[in-house]
Write a new protein. Structure first.
Length: 576
């Protein structure tokens, strides 16, 4: 657990500065209680949330409910004499390498009483002293009795967390969730032994479990991925939940809370699954302190029907396919015309066009993704003249074999981007694509961590877009733009690519040129023809070929025929 406690500006009460913290010398001067010769040592454990037994099965995420300390965690400790005198007030202990330590030397006291709480809050210094001076406050004690000092302190710590933390902190991640999860331990010292503190949860916890599309590919050591899921959930009018695992969401609530859960979960665009047919949601039993309840969503998902389950991971076995959609958080929508054909537009940054190659020779070899938009709104020059790079021009190699085998866009993008420096050109357009340096409409295409980031495709990767997304069988008889005999099938393949991009709000046709110009969309590649020219992919949208069709053509690297930087765009790709 990590403690990033938010400091409260609220003053709890006025207390004596002399009692705000303690040292051994302070204790000896201000109390008749005498220490032993044994230095105080703490043995701290935690008790997990227990089920409220409302008839809901425990999930296989039980281990994630276990509170485990991490180096740097902080805990507060109060020490009282047997007659209730304050010996130490909110002493800070820090966890490091399986030990709880403080920067002061503290000794054991005979028959001392201890109250520890986690996570630490410095604003609680003095609360024990002030409350201990309040006489005849019977609230919180055993029936018919005056509350003990440990009961008073526990109550006031809990009250403080309830008012200042639980009601104000947004539990959206592990850090804020732990801020709200107050644990308290009470113990009486046994002479000659460590103080054993068993921290107990003072609040309750609600756990929401929803079915999740989690997959693994069939290959050995298969690639694991999950589909995007969107929720609109309120628990007691709060919408901030902590995502503890795929499909597992949690919230800390005050004891005796009656959970009311309402909302919906969405796996496919415009197809919400509601938690209840009742407009007021689902009401569950009130919760006692230290207990949790589960709300399990049951849904028969057509997207996973018929898929086998991998026994080792519990994930559905499904290989990635061209046409699956890729999102900025790394999730992947498993597109299927019959089972899952409503991908989310929000968060989608591209569509997978090839599987199993990626960027060869590096970590991203599971597949590649075509961006939903060009890296710039207007035509852009490629870069600078010169070269070609060794191995980046066909030379004596048969051209189709050479172009189809070029899958090195990632490496060459890095090389050319360095060479062009700050030149206004295609490589620098790709460099800022999806970042805050891009135009506002292109900033949303952020490449997720764990991916290669955006780069310019090579000729072979553009050919993979054509075959993978367009479903076109590219051969040495049809791969050039002047090979127009099969124009009808080429046109159909381009329309398939365009439909896949536009289905999630992407743009296939660029902004530049007249309507006639827009019948041809050219995308730059990193593959060179010679020192002045580079290969581009031409997508021909014209119903009539007129001797020209979809395929490869060469264009000038800087400025040449057709002016306006040879009328081409940088369409980024990434690998994962």
């Amino acid at each position: 657990m990590k403690n990033y406690f938010m400091k409260s500006s609220m003053m709890l009460m006025a207390v004596s500065a002399a009692l705000a913290s303690c040292t051994q010398e302070d204790v000896l001067q201000n109390t008749s209680a005498q220490p032993s010769d044994n230095e105080l040592k703490l043995s701290v454990s935690t008790q997990d949330f227990v089920s409220d037994a409302q008839g809901r099965a425990i999930t296989n995420n039980d281990e994630t409910r276990t509170s485990k300390f991490e180096n740097g965690d902080q805990m507060g400790l109060y020490i009282f004499s047997e007659d209730g005198e304050v010996l130490c007030d909110n002493l800070l202990y820090t966890y490091n390498e399986d030990k709880w330590t403080t920067d002061k030397t503290i000794y054991q006291y005979k028959n001392a009483q201890y109250v520890a709480y986690f996570p630490y809050c410095k604003d609680l210094s003095g609360v024990a002293v002030a409350e201990n001076n309040a006489e005849n406050d019977a609230e919180g004690g055993a029936e018919g009795s005056t509350p003990s000092i440990t009961e008073i302190v526990t109550k006031n710590i809990t009250d403080y967390f309830t008012t200042n933390i639980l009601k104000t902190v947004s539990q959206t991640d592990a850090e804020t969730y732990e801020q709200a999860d107050l644990m308290v331990a009470i113990a009486t010292q046994v002479t000659g032994e460590d103080v054993s503190l068993a921290l107990k949860h003072q609040f309750s916890m609600i756990e929401l479990n929803i079915p999740c599309r989690k997959y693994i590919t069939s290959a050995t050591d298969g690639f694991q991925y999950a589909a995007p899921v969107k929720m609109n959930v309120k628990i007691n009018e709060k919408t901030d939940l902590y995502r503890a695992a795929d499909g597992v969401y949690r919230m800390i609530v005050a004891p005796e809370t009656t959970p009311v859960i309402e909302g919906r979960v969405v796996y496919d665009e415009n197809m919400p699954i509601y938690f209840s047919s009742k407009s007021e949601g689902v009401t569950m039993n009130a919760l006692a302190a230290g207990t949790f309840t589960q709300f399990n969503v049951t849904y028969t998902d057509p997207a996973v029907q018929g898929l086998q389950v991998d026994q080792a991971t519990g994930r559905y076995i499904r290989d990635l396919k061209p046409g699956d959609y890729y999102y900025s958080d790394g999730t992947i929508y498993p597109y299927d015309e019959n089972k899952a054909n409503q991908p989310f537009k929000e968060g989608c940054i591209g569509v997978i066009f090839e599987v199993g190659t990626g960027a060869p020779g590096i970590d991203w070899t599971h597949g590649s993704v075509l961006a939903l938009n060009n890296a710039h709104s207007d035509w852009s020059k490629w870069g600078i003249a010169g070269g070609p790079k060794d191995g980046n021009s066909a030379g004596e190699t048969e051209l189709y074999t050479f172009l189809s085998g070029k899958m090195d866009g990632y490496d060459l993008t890095g090389t050319f981007t360095t060479e062009v420096d700050r030149l206004d050109c295609a490589f620098n357009k790709i460099k800022v694509f999806g970042t805050t340096s891009a135009s506002e409409d292109l900033q949303k295409y952020t490449a997720p961590e764990g991916s290669s980031g955006w780069y310019m495709p090579s000729a072979g990767q553009l050919m993979a877009v054509w075959s993978g997304l367009g479903g076109y069988k590219v051969t040495d008889a049809n791969y050039m733009n002047n090979m127009a005999d099969d124009h009808a099938n080429k046109l159909a393949s381009v329309q398939k690519i365009q439909e896949a991009i536009e289905k999630v709000g992407g743009t296939f046709v660029g902004n530049s040129g007249t309507d006639s110009d827009k019948n041809v969309q050219r995308w730059w590649s990193t593959t060179e023809w010679d020192d002045k020219n580079v290969w581009t992919m031409e997508w021909n949208l014209s119903e009539t070929a007129n001797g020209w069709s979809t395929g490869f053509s060469s264009r000038n690297k800087v400025n040449g025929w057709n002016d306006r930087s040879t009328q081409a765009y940088a369409r980024p790709i990434l690998s994962f």
